[in-house]
Design a protein around this ligand. Structure first.
Ligand SMILES: Nc1ncnc2c1ncn2[C@@H]1O[C@H](COP(=O)(O)OP(=O)(O)OP(=O)(O)O)[C@@H](O)[C@H]1O
Length: 777
């Protein structure tokens, strides 16, 4: 969609198309080709809201639009799963001495986790096919197969049916093989031709069965992936902003995007492939061995099993830690992808600095680490593959030859007597038939065995992916419940000194208040997994902002101004005191960087509303844009429905004005603005502030610009000694507009004083001259 403007449809046509899209039955499909208007309507209208709160996505696909029902995971489901994902409670030490030792151990562990790049990386070192792996897999299976009547169960049953059918067909093929060779040896042309006909007749169901097995395996993988991705999304993107917490308030998972996009996909593919890779050869081995036992007898079969057992032992001992290697590979893939993501996000800045060379070396370093690791996996695989090949292809076959030959070389007495009565030719033919059949079965067993052994390697790799997915879900579950990493208070911290541990948040938050109020709330920069805890930026802030009280927050860089906004937005916790907040819909936060979403021009104004929620007409939206001096953009960009990469086409100031337009569109009771107009000229800035106040929005502004004081009634100054703060009432009602004329007048008045200041500077310089100082002395 990059930089592509769709042809603007006439509004009535668009409205008609939109109503067609909305009236489409759930699960329904628009048959193509769609008109431009319909396509626009569907692109614009991301989803259709249902009466029960669920929504149906409108997904354009190959010139059609399908309506896909999406049901959010219910809280009851998360509650039921929580016991399977929660961390084991810390061991309670009985004596004070043990307590100290336990605390030290937790500190060392946290340090190690940090050094190793997150919990997932640390966990990767312990993965393998063990009890913990099966526990984690069971917990994830609850998400993949939520009930016995689900689609996945049906797919599994069908899949199993085809697996059995394929094994049965293989047995038939083995028998037929023997018959064809027998007819050849006895020069039975008719029998040979009949055998060939049967051979082709069997080929049709065999090829169909093989294709169906692959198809069902892929269906199962995509079904699992859909369930797991939706589950992770529901936890990641809910109203608790867990996507923010996982990045900023928790050090356990790095690059969550890699987990959700790539690791989940690889986990599901490996899992569903593993089912066929284990079920099919296991079934083959059982059925083929039953068949073989008819030819080689009970003793032969016992010998065969002894050889399986021995080779299994040898291979297991020779197998490297595939799970651990796979988990580390996934982490390194994540790092590499993350480095690329960072470059894309900051492309313009890097280009301005001409920073390609250093960025390339950062990317290459991440890639090199990945390649080195993958190279080492290949190396360890060479030795393992050699052992596997030798054991499964050659040792098994040799043992098999010996076992098959037994009945022929050492026939039982009765069988030998019977053989004598038959003609020599018939005896040779039957022996050949028996031998070829058994030989094919044996080859199949050997093949099944090697697939089973190979699937042990897949199982070990699955253990690696399982551990990563499990850690992701565990962290998301615990963040969703407000449970963070906790560390003990450092022993050397003075008793009166505060220690801010994310595991010990004591503040109270009350929603539904008419004001924004903080009572003795310390503003603390959280530090997940850091021994000394969070850093106090502002000491116990107490402040009540009532409607109509416009507060400007100022102070030096890094003092904690944005941190106050983060606490008010509940992104950072209130470690102590009481926070009173209005309902979420009554407050809008405009962050420092003006965020632009993907979608149409209209969606930039109404964000985070989606089109179906838009409460204003195009004319009303135009009025809002004019209030922030952006009216011209609609025509320039091709209408409200135009879709572009907005960060590329809007200037910095325009982006900030769009953010202000959002404030006017939502018209909340409180607007918390963080340097929202730093790139906007002062005259337009003044008009925007004026427009917001006229709409009854109480402003809480973070800014370094003193010119903004005139739009506020109070000044909160941060950055006093020992993190103190000061609230000052500003003169006036904050309603004075600043125009260019006002600013010029103000500057001219200041210029008048310049002569006086210059005279004073000269005076000071004179007084500081050495002669004057000596005279003074
Ligand atoms: N995600 C974070 N995790 C931990 N500490 C942070 C985080 N973001 C910022 N900090 C720290 O919190 C302190 C306050 O940051 P904040 O962004 O509130 O500063 P500010 O007063 O708004 O500065 P500026 O005027 O430069 O925007 C800084 O020292 C910074 O190092």
């Amino acid at each position: 969609m990059a930089n592509r403007t769709l042809r603007t449809a006439a509004p009535p046509a668009l409205r008609r198309a939109a109503s067609q899209v909305a009236s489409l039955a759930p699960g329904g499909l628009f048959s193509g080709p769609l008109s431009d208007a319909q396509l626009e309507a569907a692109l614009e209208q991301l989803y259709v809201q249902n009466a029960d709160g669920s929504h149906d996505l409108l997904v354009p696909h190959r010139g059609r639009i399908s309506r896909v029902p999406i049901r959010a995971t219910r809280q009851a489901v998360f509650d039921a799963h929580w016991p399977h994902f929660k961390l084991a409670p810390p061991v309670v030490e009985s004596s004070a001495e043990e307590q100290v030792k336990g605390d030290e151990r937790r500190r060392v562990e946290a340090r190690k986790v940090r050094e190793e790049g997150g919990q997932a990386a640390a966990a990767a070192k312990k993965v393998g096919v063990n009890k913990e792996f099966f526990r984690q897999l069971r917990a994830i299976m609850r998400i993949l197969i939520p009930n016995a009547r689900g689609k996945e169960v049906f797919l599994l049953i069908l899949h199993t049916g085809f697996l059995v059918l394929r094994t049965y067909l293989s047995v038939l093929v083995a028998r037929l093989d023997g018959m064809i060779v027998r007819d050849l040896v006895t020069a039975n042309g008719r029998g040979f031709l009949r055998g060939l006909g049967l051979w082709f007749a069997l080929a049709v169901p065999s090829t169909y069965t093989n294709s169906m097995i692959r198809y069902l395996q892929s269906k199962l993988a995509i079904g699992f992936r859909t369930r797991l991705t939706r589950y992770a999304h529901d936890l990641y993107l809910n109203n608790k902003a867990n996507f923010y917490r996982i990045i900023n308030l928790d050090g356990r998972v790095e690059s969550a995007d890699q987990y959700i996009t790539t690791d989940i996909a690889r986990f599901c593919e490996t899992l569903s492939a593993l089912y066929s890779n284990i079920a099919k050869p296991s079934l083959d081995i059982i059925i083929f061995n039953v068949q073989l036992s008819k030819a080689i007898g009970g003793r032969g079969l016992f010998g065969l099993f002894c050889s399986y057992y021995l080779t299994g032992k040898v291979l297991r001992a020779a197998a490297p830690a595939f799970g651990k290697l796979a988990a580390i590979e996934a982490k390194l893939e994540g790092d590499f992808r993350g480095a690329h993501g960072r470059l894309i996000t900051n492309a313009e800045e890097v280009a301005f600095y001409n920073g390609s060379a250093i960025e390339e070396s950062i990317l290459n370093r991440a890639f090199k680490r990945l390649v080195k690791h993958v190279g080492s996996i290949y190396r360890v695989r060479v030795a393992y593959s050699m052992t596997e090949d030798f054991v499964l292809k050659y040792a098994w076959s040799a043992a098999g030859y010996g076992l098959i030959a037994m009945p022929y070389l050492f026939p039982a007495a009765g069988a030998a007597a019977a053989a004598k009565t038959q003609s020599a030719d018939v005896g040779v033919a039957e022996r050949t038939e028996g031998y070829v059949g058994s030989r094919r079965l044996l080859l199949s067993v050997s093949d099944a065995g090697s697939r089973l052994m190979a699937s042990y390697k897949d199982l070990a790799e699955l253990a690696g992916f399982t551990s990563r997915i499990y850690v992701l879900l565990q962290v998301l579950h615990s963040l969703d419940r407000g449970q963070y990493q906790s560390l003990p208070r450092p022993a050397d911290l003075a008793p009166g000194q505060p220690f801010y541990d994310l595991g010990d948040i004591r503040g109270t938050v009350r929603h539904g208040s008419g004001d924004v109020a903080l009572t003795k709330v310390p503003i603390v920069a959280p530090a997940p997994g850091v021994e000394r805890g969070g850093e106090e930026l502002v000491k116990e802030l107490t402040l009540r902002i009532q409607p109509g009280m416009h507060v400007l927050i100022s102070g030096p860089n890094g003092v904690g101004k944005t941190a106050v906004a983060r606490v008010l937005a509940e992104l950072w916790p209130a470690f102590d005191g009481t926070l009173e907040l209005p309902d979420a819909k009554d407050t809008i936060f405009l962050p420092q960087r003006a965020y632009l979403t993907t979608g149409s021009l209209k969606e930039q104004i109404i964000y985070p509303h989606a089109v179906p929620q838009c409460s204003k007409t195009d004319d009303e939206l135009m009025e809002i844009l004019q209030a922030v001096h952006l009216g011209y953009v609609v025509e320039r960009e091709g209408g409200f429905q135009a879709r572009k990469t907005w960060t590329d086409v809007l200037s910095g100031g325009e982006r900030q004005r769009f953010a202000f337009a959002r404030l006017l569109y939502h018209q909340p009771r409180f607007g918390i603005l963080d340097e929202t107009s730093s790139a906007v000229s002062t005259d337009v800035e003044g008009l925007m502030y004026q427009a917001a106040k006229e709409r009854g929005i109480t402003l809480i502004t973070i800014s370094h610009r003193p010119s903004l004081m005139r739009y506020h009634t109070h000044l909160l100054h941060l950055g006093g000694e020992q993190n103190t703060w000061q609230l000052e009432e500003l003169g006036g009602d904050g309603s004075e507009a600043l125009s260019f004329e006002d600013e010029i007048r103000e500057l001219e008045a200041n210029l008048k004083d310049v002569e006086q200041w210059q005279a004073r500077v000269d005076e000071i310089k004179r007084e500081l001259q050495p002669q004057a100082l000596q005279a003074g002395a």
